[in-house]
Write a protein that binds this ligand. Structure first.
Ligand code: AMP
Length: 389
């Protein structure tokens, strides 16, 4: 998600810039001022409480703001991101925003401060007052709004400066120039992001070969538990020795071994655009673990692909592979093949179902030739990467 707070005194151009940004980035717009004016127009209890405060240019109490903002955010959990205009306006509201973002499993990407000198603010608001019909766009109230801004809102900047989430922009420039400046800031923010893909599919669906090729084409890092375990065996590490014993006795490799290996791969993602996961998460427990590991990097799953292939075709492919050099130790007999298919059905399908409810899983028909399936998945990833940048 891309969550941005536009900051600045009244008249800085937050509303004007917002109109463009919501279209450019497909964001859900939240202006506490607009929400309050709506409550007011509808004559709700909240609106009545806020009416005289808005008319005098004061700040509405945080208790009222938290109610209207929570209602709006929780009604739109599927938004690609939120654009906040006029919020947070107090130090307390910055904490409120942090809590609300955590509830949605996300965080504020950055705060952009549109800087204008007081004189420019006043001139712009007086001009707007000639046509806005807003009771608070007159000189006396404007002065009061600016006083409130300097006393209560400016300290909010410290909160974000300390977190390194704060950007400044000269908002006396033209609308186009300010917009270009914001786009530049957001480009920088987005380039820090990881794009994470999970490729699901039954054994034999081609998820491994597709995953590897997709990682190469899109400059992502391929993270597959199978090859990682094999690399441990080949390197003769302690973990490798344990894994070898487990493989030989036909037992599953426990999470205690797999998870630290994945964590190690994710530890230092500098310079990496993102990851493609294959063979992980395999169970519901692992799906929670992956969410947690990605969260440590302020990241999450960006795209979930499920390659669909009918069961008979899977058996045919795995059986064929068992007769070639590409044979895996676990598809050397029919009973082993059936066991793996069952394993996927009982343990991994529930994971896909869970993701299907929360994100949306992109299903890809895996029946065609490799190249055709590859191009289909590739286009999905390309589209996702483009939306991110
Ligand atoms: P705006 O449309 O953002 O200029 O807001 C108009 C008025 O609504 C402000 O002068 C405040 O009285 C009130 N208001 C809007 N947002 C907030 C907020 N986050 N906290 C407190 N008061 C607010």
């Amino acid at each position: 998600m891309l969550n941005i707070a536009l900051f600045g005194p009244p008249g800085a151009g937050k509303g004007t810039q917002s109109e463009r940004l919501i279209r450019q980035y497909n964001l859900f717009y939240i202006s506490t001022g607009d929400l309050l004016r709506k409550e007011l127009a509808e004559g709700t209890a909240l609106g009545k409480q806020a009416e005289s405060i808005i008319a005098s240019g004061g700040l509405v109490p945080d208790e009222i703001i938290v109610q209207i903002i929570e209602k709006t955010i929780t009604n739109n959990p599927d938004a690609d991101g939120f654009l906040f205009d006029g919020f947070p306006r107090t130090y307390i509201q910055a904490y409120i925003l942090e809590g609300l973002m955590i509830k949605l499993n996300t965080s504020l990407t950055c705060l952009i401060n549109l800087q204008v000198p007081e004189k420019v603010s006043v001139d712009r608001l007086l001009k707007r007052g000639q046509s806005s019909g807003r009771s608070d766009d007159n000189e006396k109230v404007i002065r009061n709004r600016l006083r409130e801004y300097n006393e209560k809102t400016v300290p909010v900047l410290r909160f974000y400066k300390e977190k390194g989430l704060h950007h400044e922009i000269d908002a006396t420039k033209t609308i186009d120039e300010v917009n270009a400046g914001i786009v530049e800031i957001l480009r920088g923010e987005l380039s820090k992001r990881l794009y994470n893909v999970v490729v699901f599919g039954y054994p034999g669906s081609g998820r491994g070969s597709q995953g590897r090729a997709l990682a190469e084409r899109h400059g992502l890092e391929y993270v597959a538990t199978g090859p990682m375990l094999e690399a441990e065996i080949a390197a003769g590490t302690e973990t490798g020795k344990r894994v070898k014993e487990l493989y030989e006795s036909g037992q599953l490799v426990p999470d205690e071994i797999v998870v630290p290996l994945i964590e190690e791969r994710l530890r230092n993602p500098r310079g990496v655009k993102g990851f493609i996961f294959k063979g992980f998460p395999r169970t519901l427990v692992q799906s929670y673990i992956l969410d947690g590991l990605l969260r440590k990097h302020d990241s999450s799953i960006s795209k979930i692909i499920e390659i669909e292939v009918p069961t008979l075709e899977l058996i045919r492919r795995l059986d064929e592979r068992s007769k070639t050099d590409r044979r895996m130790p676990y598809d050397s007999s029919t009973s082993k093949i059936v066991k793996r298919l069952q394993e996927h059905e009982t343990k991994t399908v529930p994971v896909i179902q869970k993701y299907n409810q929360r994100h949306s899983v992109t299903k890809i028909d895996g029946m065609g030739p490799f190249e055709e399936v590859f191009e289909k998945i590739s286009a999905e990833i390309e589209e996702g990467l483009k939306r991110m940048r």
